[in-house]
Design a protein around this ligand. Structure first.
Ligand code: NAP
Length: 293
């Protein structure tokens, strides 16, 4: 009999969207200021196009000025850096996001680092990573996926995770590492796992908070989960089932609901929270750029 809470990221993101829209309307009426988000996409990757469409739609729902720049798949570094330069100095744009992955000829790191830290709403610039790692989260732009995961964890367990063990599976710069920094800052005792970790199931079984960010469908089994744990499934995997393609996470959701206290579904968990945190970062960037707290 399943007993876990299904953590509804979609509903929470919808609530936050209303708050952001309200704050945006106030910003507009009191300061004649509209948060501006520029999304850059290079090439025609279908998954990236879906993500970018969703981001644009949510930005518009929040009342933002939203622009999309689509460059051809054979765009050069000069083309991309030239566009970012323009956006860096455009006063109507407060947040810049370059949809990853980029085509092979482009150096992802150079592109990411060329966005001015004040407009780096994805939180990938070294300056923002440094602030996050140093515990200066009020000043940093925190990467959107871990920021969204953290809000869902706080809803379940509160803001102070003292005495709790957190295990993060995955050590990417986008998810695993910043997730671990946020958990550490909330006083959890944090273990980061990856493909070289020995006896991963045993490590996971120690977790009061288990975050899976791997990219392997249903890798985390029910018997990897400590009874009563909070499980956050970041994975997005496309799988074929009964001749149809569907999205699934890194956690065996049905099995997890038998053991955990709370689990995020895929879809409808981390994904919508990621997008809304992008809006939250953009709103903050707009305020900061105009000297407002
Ligand atoms: N919901 C969202 O909004 C959102 C946002 C971002 C990403 N995602 C999804 O989250 C997943 C992870 O994304 P990412 O960008 O962090 O991926 P990534 O850069 O490919 O990193 C994957 C991590 O998983 C580890 N790993 C791979 N196989 C493993 C195994 N068998 N056992 C233990 N660890 C293993 C890798 O270890 P090594 O470092 O040792 O190779 C790596 O650290 C993907 O499915 C992605 O689509 C979702």
């Amino acid at each position: 009999m399943p007993n876990a809470n299904r953590i509804d990221g979609k509903a929470k993101a919808a609530e936050l969207s209303k708050i952001i829209a309200q704050e945006t309307a106030e910003l507009s009426s009191e300061h004649d200021l509209k948060p501006g988000l520029a999304v850059v996409i290079v090439g025609e990757d279908p998954a990236s196009e879906v993500y970018v469409r969703n981001k644009k739609r949510t930005a518009e729902t929040c009342g933002f000025h939203s622009v999309q720049h689509t460059l051809s798949a054979d765009a050069s570094m000069k083309d991309v850096l030239g566009l970012i330069d323009e956006l860096n100095t455009n006063s109507e744009i407060h947040g810049i996001l370059v949809q990853l992955p980029l085509p092979e000829q482009l150096n992802e790191n150079l592109v990411t680092q060329s966005i001015t830290p004040e407009k780096d709403v994805d939180g990938f610039h070294y300056e923002n990573i440094g602030k996050l790692t140093a515990g200066d989260t009020d000043k940093a732009f925190v990467p959107c996926t871990p920021a969204g995961c953290m809000l869902m964890i706080e809803d379940q367990l509160g803001r102070d995770l003292s005495g709790l063990n957190a295990v993060v599976v995955g050590r990417s710069n986008i998810v695993g590492k910043p997730m671990a920094s946020l958990l550490l800052q909330a006083n959890a005792t944090v273990t980061i796992c990856h493909s070289r970790t020995k006896d991963l199931p045993a490590v996971c079984r120690e977790a009061d908070i288990l975050v899976a960010a791997v990219g392997r469908p249903a890798m985390v089994k029910g018997d990897w989960i400590k009874p009563g744990a909070v499980v956050i499934d970041v994975g997005i995997n496309r799988v074929e089932e009964g001749g149809k393609s569907k999205l699934t996470g890194d956690v065996d959701f049905a099995a997890a609901t038998e053991v955990a206290a709370a689990v995020t579904p895929v879809p409808g968990g981390v994904g919508p929270m990621t997008i809304i945190m992008l809006m939250s970062n953009t709103l903050r960037a707009a305020r900061r750029a105009n000297g407002l707290t």
